[in-house]
Design a binder for this molecule. Structure first.
Ligand code: HDE
Length: 718
């Protein structure tokens, strides 16, 4: 046999093959690249329970040569086995069949909700402040616990855009010494429904219409508004969705909430009712609706790119974990708020947040599928000292998260996947099943037994057993229905709206007008306007006016509460690490000025992106964007060192101006300021030499936007 039948060159019959170009491919077998330090996966779990990065499963691929899945070396993977050079493919070609078979089954079902996500590794460091309320070991002073966090949108498919108007998931897996603890939260502190039994219904209403499967990743359609206007308990979550909270600037700038009330128990057996909060060190910031829409086309991966880039560049995002602690009394109420009703939150002014530790995300996943896709969270993954309450939404979740993995991950052994493995001993007596990867020793997976030395043994409280808090369950009558304390669907909605600043309120009204404007059914719009009338007459009038419909009167009396300033996203200043500033320059730009601006930004942990008429270099400085690839929506601010006649650059500046972004314009580029209709007195517009421009931008960025300019522009554009 010769190799005549195998050719790597495509030739035309009768035409001599061209001379082969010099081969640039590597010719010597090489071992797999060593993983980079930031490609750390979860430590593989060894039989002794100790973690070892050298264990074979740490590197999925070994050896220099291509092999079959059985380890047999292969001479080629580009040609099927055929009968003659132009003949049929032979069924006996094992490599072909194995390769295609595996490819055919590469996809798994996406999550029913939260299908699109991005994740990162990191660690949590406890301050010890929680020791008085919980015996959880990972919350003891100085404890450092590895974590894996997955952020997600709820409604869209796995390939949908990051910047859809939606709730965001914020799920954290703590690999604690007492087993895995999952805090599976959202970026909004309340939920649509009070009972898990309605979850399929709200999701059916929010997902695309079943006939044409549109719209993708959006709530701007009839079925969603039909549901939330009929189930008014959903009005609270919905108004948060209409606010800029549903358009995060970045996962790094997003709060997280456990939503439900949890019951914590300390070493003395004392209990308290607790709400969990993640507070981003960079503050909570949103996109404008126009930015979010533009990004959906220009960079649908905006949030996952931002997270990965920030971590790769060393700007590790951090969140404080904080708790609100309420007394555990038999009413399970606090100041009139039913703590078992997940459509209610506890205002921070009523119960202040107490920080109990800090989380840092410092490593990107090595493999999206193995980690981000296969991670399986579950609110029932608890550790001693943290227990659930009777919140019926939470109770339903305790069933759903295990159940859903059976379909998604193909069987009951998903806890053995590397990303899901506890970083502690596992001795569970669970055996066999699809995708079993453990080789269990012993003969007696039951207890008590006399054949495997009696092992495993029961743990007592002193051994760190998870023992449910002996909360009293009142003897009662079976029923379907909720307590009267769940009936108020509007007081906190009004509280949320009236706590916002005027521009945030304006964005809420605009969002309702947009979403309802996309509905076809008149009855749905009218019913939602009725709900808005109950929330706030001015909000209702603004939305009704935009829809061209009459504003109804409120049909119920809604209590007036003291506003909660903590609900505002506008009005404070925050660190600017990892923000992105575009610098418009060209070949004539003073090289020293350009270098100085870049250095100043870099020193403030800001990412400078040079935008020039061509790629390559401006002198010694690399160009990152050209008019073809630059977009205003990927920038937090712009510095213009060179005037440009390019329509695309002017459009970029125009958008930055309209979106209230800080803009620095060099004296020599003033024509650009006039071109977008800006004046030197506009808020957030900076002039002067290079040093003044960079300093001015650094002074403006902590407020996130020039809010007054944005408000003026938006009012003028109406
Ligand atoms: Fe979920 N939810 N959910 N959810 N949820 C899922 O579990 C469910 C709810 C949340 O990044 C699913 O593994 C029910 C509230 C996040 O992998 C599923 C109910 C909150 C994630 C499921 C809720 C959440 C999920 C889909 C009503 C915030 C993504 C895939 C009782 C506190 C986790 C999966 C990840 C995912 C069910 C309500 C957060 C189907 C039945 C409230 C962050 O099991």
């Amino acid at each position: 046999m010769t190799d005549e039948r195998i050719t790597d060159d495509v030739t035309i019959p009768g035409v001599p093959a061209p001379e082969a170009p010099p081969v640039a491919e590597p010719t010597e077998p090489r071992g797999p690249l060593a993983p980079k330090p930031d490609q750390r996966g979860p430590e593989p779990h060894t039989p002794t329970g100790a973690a070892s990065a050298d264990a074979p499963e740490a590197h999925a691929q070994q050896g220099a040569f291509l092999t079959t899945a059985q380890g047999t070396r292969l001479p080629t993977t580009d040609h099927s086995l055929t009968a003659g050079p132009r003949g049929p493919v032979l069924l006996q070609d094992h490599h072909l069949r194995e390769k295609i078979m595996h490819f055919d089954h590469e996809r798994i079902p996406e999550r029913a909700v939260h299908a699109r996500g991005a994740a990162a590794h990191g660690y949590f460091e406890a301050s010890g402040a929680a020791e008085g309320i919980t015996k959880a070991a990972f919350l003891r002073a100085g404890e450092r616990t590895p974590v894996f966090v997955r952020f997600s949108t709820v409604l869209g498919s796995r390939g949908s855009a990051d910047t859809a108007r939606d709730t965001r998931g914020f799920a954290t897996k703590f690999y604690t010494s007492e087993g895995v603890y999952d805090l599976v939260g959202n970026n909004i502190p309340v939920f649509f429904i009070q009972d898990a039994i309605k979850f399929p219904d709200i999701i059916h209403a929010g997902k695309p219409h079943p006939d044409r499967e549109i719209p993708q990743a959006q709530s701007a359609h009839d079925t969603f508004w039909d549901f939330v206007s009929l189930h008014t308990e959903a009005q609270h979550h919905t108004i948060w969705n209409m606010s800029d909270r549903a358009l995060p600037r970045s996962y790094r700038m997003m709060q997280g909430f456990g939503v439900h009330t949890f019951r914590l128990e300390n070493t003395a057996g004392e209990t308290s009712l607790v709400k969990f909060h993640w507070r981003p060190k960079l503050g909570t910031h949103g996109l404008t609706w126009e930015e979010a829409q533009l990004l959906g086309g220009k960079d649908p991966d905006f949030h996952r790119r931002d997270l990965a880039d920030a971590i790769e560049s060393g700007a590790f995002p951090q969140w404080d974990l904080a708790v609100q602690v309420m007394p555990d009394d038999p009413t399970e109420m606090y100041e009139g708020i039913d703590l078992l009703d997940p459509t209610k939150f506890v205002p921070e002014e009523l119960v202040p947040l107490q920080v109990i530790g800090t989380m840092t995300l410092d490593a990107n996943p090595t493999n999206y599928f193995a980690e981000t896709e296969q991670v399986a969270f579950h609110p029932g993954h608890l550790v001693p000292g943290i227990d659930v309450t009777n919140d019926s939404l939470l109770q339903g979740r305790l069933f759903s998260y295990l159940d859903t993995q059976l379909t998604r991950l193909g069987g009951p052994n998903f806890a053995q996947l590397p990303i899901n493995r506890p970083h502690t001993d596992v001795n569970d007596m669970l055996r066999d099943g699809m995708h079993q990867t453990a080789v269990h020793g012993g003969v007696a997976p039951y207890r008590p037994n006399s054949l495997d030395g009696g092992c495993p043994f029961h743990a007592g409280a002193a051994d760190g057993a998870f023992i449910e808090v002996p909360a009293v369950v009142a003897e009662s009558t079976k029923q379907r229905g909720k307590a009267a304390s769940f009936d108020d669907h509007f007081t906190q909605v009004r509280l949320f709206y009236r706590s916002l600043t005027p521009i945030e309120q304006q964005h809420v009204a605009d969002a309702y007008a947009f979403e309802l404007g996309k509905c076809y059914e008149q009855a749905v719009k009218e019913r939602q306007l009725q709900a808005l009338a109950n929330i706030d007459a001015q909000l209702c009038a603004a939305v009704a006016g935009a829809l061209g419909l009459p504003a109804p009167d409120a049909e119920i009396q809604v209590a007036e509460l003291e506003p909660s300033p903590a609900l505002r996203m506008v009005g404070q200043e925050w660190p600017v690490d990892g923000r992105v500033v575009g610098i418009v320059a060209d070949d004539a730009t003073d090289a020293a000025a350009l270098a100085a601006v870049r250095e100043t930004l870099d020193a403030a942990s800001i990412v400078p992106l040079v935008i020039a008429p061509h790629g390559g270099m401006l002198g010694a400085i690399p160009v990152q964007r050209t008019p073809a690839t630059a977009a205003s929506v990927e920038l937090d601010a712009v510095i213009v060192l060179a005037a440009s006649e390019d329509r695309r650059v002017r459009q970029l500046l125009d958008e930055a101006y309209r979106h209230g972004k800080a803009i620095g314009i060099a004296d020599g580029a003033k024509t650009m300021r006039d071109a977008v209709g800006a004046t030197p007195d506009d808020p957030g517009i900076v002039g002067g030499d290079a040093a003044a421009l960079a300093d001015g931008i650094l002074a403006a960025l902590p407020a996130h936007r020039a809010w007054d300019r944005l408000a003026a522009v938006e009012a003028a554009e109406k």
